[in-house]
Design a protein around this ligand. Structure first.
Ligand SMILES: [Zn+2]
Length: 243
C-alpha cells in the first residue's frame, strides 16, 4: 500500500507539473470515482464539511487514534432493536438483567431474565462508532456526532456500516491506510467469543485492510457498575494510520 501511495504521489506530481506534490498531504480521492483533482490547495476547506478543516493535516508517517463509545442495553421490547456489534447481530438466550426500578419485575433491584437490545438513535454499534471516532481522531477531525449530524439528511436512518465506509473514504482522501487496529469490547453478557471472527472480517473488509492488522478482544466488566449489570456495552479502539 505504501508503494502504491508513493506511486500515486508521483503521478499526481507529474499531472500537476510540480515537485511540491511530494510534500502536500491533501491528495483527495473519492471511493468509486477514481482519481480526482484537488491537490493540496490549502483553501479547500468547506464550512459545511467538518472533514475538510481550514488547516493542513500534515503528512506524518504514522498517526495514532483512540475511540470510545458506550450504549445503554435494555430488554429488547424497550430497546426496539437487537444488539449489533461490529455489524454482527448478537443472538442469545435470555440474560440476567438487573431491573433497578422494578419496571419489569414489579420489585426494584431484582433480576429480570430477558433478551437484550441496544438503545440508540442509530443501530448503536459501539465497535463501528469507536473505529470511526479513532480514524477521525487520528486525522484531527471532529468526532462522529459532529461529522454525522442527525440534522443532515445524508445520515438520517443509515446504518453504522455507512459511517465506516465514509471514514474509510476520508482516510483515503488524506493519503492514509490502516496501520493496525486494537479493539477492546467490554460486555458482561451475552458471551460474544463465537462472534469475534465475523466481527473481525467485517472490519477488515470495510476498512480495506488485512486480518494481520486487526485485533478484536472482548472482556467482561467483572460484574461492577452499569456495564457489569448488563445495562451498558462499551468499546475502546486504538489504531494507527500510515502512509
Ligand atoms: Zn455509538
Amino acid at each position: 500500500m505504501r508503494r502504491s501511495s508513493n506511486l500515486l504521489k508521483v503521478l499526481l506530481c507529474l499531472l500537476n507539473g510540480s515537485s511540491s506534490a511530494f510534500l502536500i498531504p491533501n491528495i483527495r480521492l473519492r471511493a468509486g470515482l477514481g482519481l480526482k483533482a484537488d491537490i493540496g490547495e490549502g483553501g479547500s476547506s468547506s464550512a459545511d464539511d467538518p472533514t475538510r478543516p481550514d488547516y493542513e493535516i500534515e503528512p506524518l508517517p504514522i498517526r495514532i487514534g483512540h475511540g470510545y463509545d458506550i450504549h445503554r442495553l435494555s430488554p429488547i421490547q424497550t430497546a426496539g432493536q437487537p444488539l449489533i456489534i461490529a455489524g454482527v447481530e448478537i443472538t442469545h438466550e435470555p440474560q440476567k438483567y438487573l431491573d433497578r426500578t422494578g419496571e419489569y419485575t414489579g420489585t426494584p433491584n431484582t433480576i429480570y431474565p430477558t433478551i437484550l437490545g441496544c438503545e440508540a438513535h442509530s443501530d448503536g454499534d459501539v465497535v463501528y462508532h469507536s473505529l470511526v471516532d479513532s480514524i477521525f481522531g487520528a486525522l484531527t477531525l471532529p468526532d462522529i456526532g459532529q461529522v454525522f449530524k442527525d440534522t443532515d439528511p445524508r445520515w438520517r436512518g443509515v446504518n453504522s456500516q455507512q459511517f465506516m465506509e465514509y471514514a474509510e473514504e476520508v482516510m483515503t482522501r488524506y493519503g492514509y491506510v490502516i496501520g493496525n487496529i486494537d479493539v477492546t469490547l467490554i460486555l458482561e453478557r451475552p458471551k460474544v467469543a463465537g462472534f469475534k471472527p465475523e466481527m473481525k472480517e467485517n472490519i477488515v473488509r470495510l476498512l480495506k485492510t488485512t486480518p494481520g492488522k486487526v485485533n478484536v478482544k472482548a472482556r467482561t466488566h467483572e460484574g461492577v457498575d452499569s456495564t457489569g449489570e448488563l445495562r451498558a456495552v462499551e468499546c475502546h479502539v486504538v489504531l494507527t494510520l500510515v502512509r
